[in-house]
Design a protein around this ligand. Structure first.
Ligand SMILES: [Ca+2]
Ligand SMILES: [Ca+2]
Ligand SMILES: [Ca+2]
Ligand SMILES: [Ca+2]
Length: 384
């Protein structure tokens, strides 16, 4: 047998063994179908003619960085954990409603850092510990509709055996291996609600965003998945997640395949592509064309668009007279991405109409829009 044939057979065997090992070592993803009666979103695929090659553009520099850290570790150079690896996403957002933006950082092989800023020129570190992992995506939404912004963080989940992805973690720093939804209990106290919210048992996550896709009033969660450089994901692709929030409690999620994206997702983007008032979905992908879905869900909603300017950053939008989540315009969430300035609120099918749509600007001014028209978008501009 020629050497070339022998190498071919050996390569095939390695692929088969790696695939078999992956199936044995790595659990599949959890599935939690929604209960009967829950609104399924109606999403229509849209052709998108651009391709994003993020992974290929950055992989060489990242490999060089990993080699340099390994050499330093072998020479006995002390290796700090947090701060030496990538910080994937960082967002300024007012978590305690004192009018000052606080800071949340999602970083590789470290702990999530939540830093409180009180306007006194320094950041304080509340007593919060997320566990160590490859934290990447960062989203903010009011999942329990109590007026306080809750947080969602993604990581590599259960997709890769922990012994293969140690990074800069020390032996005593155990990986979390689960995505992390945090309920904001006020006063910089946060509760891990992974199990209660049904967000455990998922795979390699990247950027995430909250959006009420099925217009039932409860924030839903979209999370990109896959890692193009982890070769087994070429065989076992992860489809990305659309998790529908429970309209009863809002703090529990169910899986839906209505916005599937098995194309190495980097981040879901939210924008009203066709201007009909319902926000649509664009998956930015690492190694292929973007994939988009137009939102054609039947349902009642009110929608407000802010000026796309720094004056809109930090604005809190809420409805008066009906239970609804608060939404906040945050410059930078998802994963190295941004979101639209259009905020859409789904309304209960037979519920009352909101008395007003209220925009609380970061400078303290308030714009109140009484009896907002349903199923269309209105514009709000911060007063001078
Ligand atoms: Ca604050
Ligand atoms: Ca909340
Ligand atoms: Ca929803
Ligand atoms: Ca739309």
């Amino acid at each position: 047998m020629k050497l070339r044939n022998i190498l071919g057979v050996a390569a095939a065997l390695i692929v088969v063994v790696a695939a078999a090992g992956y199936v044995v070592l790595v659990p599949g993803e959890a599935e939690r179908p929604p209960p009967a009666g829950m609104t399924e979103p109606k999403l229509v695929p849209l052709s998108v003619p651009f391709t994003h090659r993020w992974a290929k553009a950055t992989s060489h520099a990242r490999r060089r960085g990993h080699r340099r850290r390994r050499r330093r570790a072998r020479r006995g150079v002390p290796q700090r954990t947090a701060g030496r690896q990538n910080t994937f996403t960082a967002s300024f957002v007012d978590l305690d409603r004192d009018g000052w933006p606080d800071l949340v950082l999602a970083q590789n092989t470290g702990e999530v850092e939540i830093l409180r800023y009180g306007g006194d020129s320094k950041f304080a570190r509340p007593d919060f510990h997320s566990g160590y992992d490859f934290w990447m995506g960062l989203a903010f939404g009011d999942v329990d509709r109590d007026g306080g912004l809750d947080i969602f963080l993604s990581n590599i989940g259960n997709s890769i055996p922990a012994l293969l992805v140690k990074g800069d973690r020390r032996d005593d720093q155990k990986p979390a291996n689960e995505w992390l939804p945090l309920r904001n209990d006020g006063g910089f106290r946060f509760t891990d609600i992974t199990a209660a919210a049904g967000v455990g048992g998922f795979g390699f996550g990247w950027g995430g965003v909250f959006e009420d896709v099925n217009l039932d009033g409860a924030p839903d969660l979209l999370v990109a998945e896959n890692y193009v450089k982890w070769s087994v994901h070429r065989l076992f692709k992860l489809p990305g997640k659309l998790l529908l929030g429970d309209p009863g409690t809002g703090a529990k999620f169910y899986t839906s395949d209505a916005a599937s994206n098995a194309a190495y997702g980097h981040v879901p983007l939210i924008a009203d592509v066709d201007g009909d008032g319902r926000n649509d979905i664009v998956w930015a992908n690492m190694d292929g064309a973007a994939r988009a879905y137009l939102n054609r869900t039947d349902g009642r909603f009110v929608s407000v668009r802010l000026a796309d300017s720094p004056a809109s950053i930090g604005a809190r939008i809420r409805l008066a007279g009906v239970p609804a989540p608060v939404q906040v315009f945050i410059a930078g969430e998802g994963l190295t991405s941004d979101r639209t300035t259009q905020f859409t609120f789904g309304l209960a099918k037979d519920g009352p109409a909101p008395a007003a749509q209220v925009v609380e600007w970061a400078d303290g001014q308030v714009t109140r829009i009484p009896a907002p028209p349903e199923n269309k978008t209105i514009f709000a501009v911060r007063p001078p």
